[in-house]
Every structure is written in C-alpha cells, then in structure tokens.
Design a protein around this ligand. Sequence first.
Ligand code: AMP
Ligand code: GLY
Length: 441
Amino acid sequence: MKVLVVGKGAREHALCWRFSQSPKVWGLFCASGNPGISRIATPIDIEPDDIGALLRFAESQKIDLTVVGPENPLALGIVDEFERQGLPIFGPTKAAAQLEVSKSFAKTLMREAGVPTAEWESFEDPDAARRYVKARRRPLVVKADGLALGKGVTVCDDPDSALAAIAAAMEEKCFGEAGTRVILEERLTGEELSFFALCNGENALALGVVQDYKAAFDGDRGPNTGGMGAYCPVPRYDRQFEQRVMDQIVHPTLTAMAARGTPFKGVLFAGLMLDSDRITVLEFNVRFGDPECEPLMMRFEGDLAEALLAVTEGHFEQASVKLSSRSAATVVLASGGYPGEYATGLPIAGLEHIDGAEPSQLKVKWAIDRVRVKAFHAGTALRDGRLITGGGRVLAVTAMAASLERALGAAYEAAAMINFEGKQLRNDIGRRAVESAGSQQ
Ligand code: AMP
Ligand code: GLY
C-alpha cells in the first residue's frame, strides 16, 4: 500500500512512525512533513491546506490511503475532493467536519441527539448576548463559533469578563469571521479527558481515553496551549466507562449525523468534562488530538494502515484495532515563551542519545526495562544539516512501559537529555495519577 499523511507536526510523525511499521505499507509520503518525519517517510513539498496540489499528487502516485492530521484541510473539504476522484481518504467530509468547525452546529446536533452538554445559547447580535449575560447569575464561558486556532474560548469568572469577551469576539473581531457568532454556555467544573473513537459512518470502535495537559505551566497554571503532555490509559477509566461514552455520546452522535445525511467517518475526538458521575461533552474535534495521538500510536498494536483503510471503506476489522495494555506518556518540549512569543532557529542538542545509532547507557537501561522511547518532531527545522527549533512546540518525547510511572520516568529522562536554549516543559505530567495510584496501594 502507498500511504500519504497530511500534516507536519508530532501527531503526523507518530502516525508515520506507526505506518512505517506496517508490512503492508511500501510507500509512505508526508505533506509537508518535518525533519523527523523525513527519516521514515518521503517528504512532499505541499502545504496541508493546498488541496488541489495534494489531489494531483495522490492521483499521480495512485495513493491507496490518505490520512489527514489537522482540521483545516478537513474543514476545506479535502475528503469530498478525494472521494469525488475515487481516492480512499480517512477523515470526515466538509459537512461532517462541521462538528468541529462550528460550535453552534455541534451544540445543535448534541441537542438533537440527546448528548449531554453544557446549557447554551448562540448569538449573532452583541446586545442580545450582553442581555443574556446580565440575566444569568452563574459563571459563563464565551466561545467564538468558528475555528480560532484553539484561542476562541474564554472561561469567565464574572459578568465583566464575559462582556469583555463578547466585545473582543463580536466587535473587535479578535478571531476574525470565527467570532461573528458567539456561543454563551454554562461554565462546568470537573476533570477533563479526551476520548477517541474510529467511526465508519454508522458504527464506531473505541480507541479510549487520553489525559492531556492544556495549560502551559505546572499545576495547570498559565495560558492554554495546544497541549504540553498526555498519557494513556487513564487508570480510573476502564472498559465500562468507555462503553458509557460510546452509548451516551459516540453512537447517538453518529446516528444523528447519519440522519442528517452527513454520516461521520474518521476519528471522533470528544473533549469530556467529568463531575462525579456526570459525563458532559465540552467540544467535538474531527481528528486525532496532538499530543494525544502520540501515546495512542505508541500503544497501537494492530496494523494501522489496514485498520484505517477498513474504516475508510466502511467496515471494521476489530482485530486490527488493538492497543497495548502498557502505558504511554508524552512530555512536550516547547520554545521559551510559548504560547506567547518565542524565538526559533535555536540549535537542538542531545537527540542522538534517544534516536542515534550509538548504544548509550540510557538505551541499554531502557532495553533492560523493556521501555520504548521516541522523540516525535513537532516544530523542528534543519539549517546546514543541523537540527534547530522551528515552532512553539518543538518535540513530543514519548515513552511506553509496563506502568505509567515507568513510562513517565523514561519520558522525563529522555526530555532531560535534549537541550535547546529556553526549553520549556511541564514537570507534572501524570503526577497526580501516579500519586493517587501510590496512595491506594
Ligand atoms: P473547547 O475548545 O470548547 O474545548 O474549549 C477549550 C477549553 O475551554 C476546554 O478544554 C476547557 O478547559 C474550557 N471549557 C470549554 N467549555 C467549558 C465549559 N462549559 N465549562 C468550563 N470550561 C470549559
Ligand atoms: N490536544 C488537543 C487538540 O489536539 O486539540
């Protein structure tokens, strides 16, 4: 099989890495890729949003399966274009991608499908939105309706901050057209988790729950980022919990999407809020999460190409979708200052301790402990053959081991070996889960 992966971050590196281990895959391409991906896949110099060029490439190369990482090409209709030409592609159509692209669409669908979500109202008139804020007593969340690079959500402590967020989105146009319509919703409290399911339009298979870390700094402080770390499985969330999410959320969503004539194919990513026994959907995404994809791909045991092709063709091969019972954890190394302003072009040192051919002491120790470690590239670049930083999130250091504690230990050992000026990371990924497991023993 010839596989094309669309995207250029650590999520796509993890997908390519898993594809590169499939005996069925003899041609692997990535558009546009990054220096880490280029070691295992042929880089194609086409931007992920350039659908016309991607289509021409896939046709000329007779690509058997295209897998899309980021949401933008999906929102632009890459799947519709490929399907029209009879090219197999894993992901939702433009109409089905509305689940992520428009928050009011997602909320309306959840209402129709009886999927539990925070109480909400949508507004196109800022004065009406302000009246709603004044009439409400409870804390609110203000969300720009459209795609806003993950920045369109303001969790408000008081009415004044809600009013300011409405003005910023609707009048100051901070998020451009994405803020023409705004959702005001009840602010929920609890624990957040990411849930992933592979969907073929009618049916779904659970990939499971992943814990991610959105805030920039330890203790969930600081601004929200694209994600600073992740791990799975999450100890307290077992098969029974997964089944509840499938029954209460995934299946009703698929049924409602199919009933509208826009069946959902691809990976459904539900952002969940858990409060004692209540599961609520905060948002849907229509793609793998980043960094959630990295620990998931570490644990994926089946043949990824076979599995995603089967889903794309509408049937499931249950046997090819299997995750290891071991734990995997990702620690993101970011540029100093991220998610605000940061420098790029800084030399990265130490990756050879993890990826190089030399058998280092650390590698021997990991081999004895049966630990697997990979540094997936997020924002890296090459200058004169040397690896430099090239983005906010630079590397997603991922390890898999028999327990979460060991996986985290190895990921942090590896993270400490890699250096670049201003390296920023969270030191508390998975800490609470490990501590609470320890206190239960
Ligand atoms: P979203 O893009 O809708 O997932 O929102 C981004 C982040 O805002 C989420 O990960 C939550 O941390 C927070 N958030 C969104 N909706 C709510 C809500 N109703 N109550 C509390 N926090 C929320
Ligand atoms: N980690 C969250 C996301 O990919 O949107």
